[in-house]
Design a protein around this ligand. Structure first.
Ligand code: PMP
Length: 285
């Protein structure tokens, strides 16, 4: 991804894609002092753009730093990146981090906070699993306790075990891994939230110790509008067997049906299809 044409917004300037570099002594690279957003533009508009910029600010606050651009400034910058790169349907990545500076220890008050925004075309996150139903592994790691780390921030440090769990899943021929949380409850996948269907009603883990995804919130709202009952509750792994359908939600994943988790199989059913179609229609409206 680094050697290509295009422009990236870096600290308030549009720079060549190839020149959007950081120093090896960047604080974030050593200590994970980085927060980011994943967004999607449809027909030239970023879906829930402002909410993503607000979440970036929130995440930075959780890591004790301030983004030196307002939400309004980020909104203008994101639109400029899409325009500069001639993109209407694209994935947008905003990232903010503690850069290189006088501090090379854990403390970083004297180092500048840096911000970048890039956009590129990114098709279906789970490839053809989006149609057939994804095969999901169970992660060996657990989502951490809110007493351990700021679990609602979209922060780099929370993704270390996502990368290793996704690699382990892919090595077994799966598309992703499902995490339990530190209590042993069903939590989320490495970059997406999870939903289940039983007897025409929807069940999803309460987002108390992991990212309450914007797509998750959107889908819950869509279901409630259709008078479909959504239970946000504790889900135990033993229950997986009893669910009929399952899907994942995320900005990149959109609504992706799940066909299998570990030894359990799910049908790509009518409700899953309609949620996926309704989401597609909503983001393009
Ligand atoms: N959980 C994790 C760990 C994620 O990375 C994502 C993607 N941002 C989600 C859930 C879904 O969040 P959203 O719907 O806001 O993209």
């Amino acid at each position: 991804y680094d050697d290509r044409d295009g422009k990236i917004w870096l600290d308030g300037q549009m720079v060549d894609w190839r020149s959007a570099n950081v120093h090896v002594l960047s604080h974030a690279l050593h200590y994970a002092s980085s927060v980011f957003e994943g967004e999607r533009a449809y027909n030239g508009n970023i879906f829930l753009s402002r909410q993503h910029s607000e979440r970036l600010h929130f995440s930075a606050g959780e890591l004790d730093f301030q983004i030196p651009y307002t939400v309004d400034e980020l909104e203008i910058a994101k639109a400029a990146v899409l325009k500069e790169n001639g993109l209407t349907d694209a994935y947008v990545r905003a990232v903010a981090w503690r850069g290189a500076g006088e501090d090379m220890g854990v403390a970083s008050a004297r180092n500048p906070v840096r911000v970048a925004i890039a956009a590129w075309e990114w098709g279906s996150y789970y490839g053809d699993a989006k149609f057939k139903g994804a095969k999901i592994d169970i992660a060996k790691w657990k989502r951490p306790s809110p007493e351990t780390i700021p679990v609602h921030a979209k922060a780099a440090g929370l993704y270390m075990i996502c990368t290793t769990s996704k690699h382990a899943a892919e090595a077994k021929g799966c598309s992703d891994a499902l995490f339990m949380d530190y209590r042993g409850y069903v939590a989320e996948c490495t970059g997406a939230n999870i939903f289940f269907v039983k007897d025409g009603e929807v069940h999803t883990p309460k987002a108390d110790v992991f990212l309450n995804g914007l797509t998750r919130q959107t889908v819950i709202g869509m279901l409630q509008e259709k008078q479909i009952k959504v239970h946000e509750r504790v889900i135990m792994p033993e229950e997986l067997e009893s669910f009929e359908q399952c899907w994942l939600t995320g900005t990149a994943a959109e609504v992706t049906p799940v066909g299998q988790i570990g030894d359990y199989n799910f049908e790509v059913g009518a409700l899953t299809r309609s949620v996926s179609d309704d989401y597609e229609a909503l983001v393009r409206r």
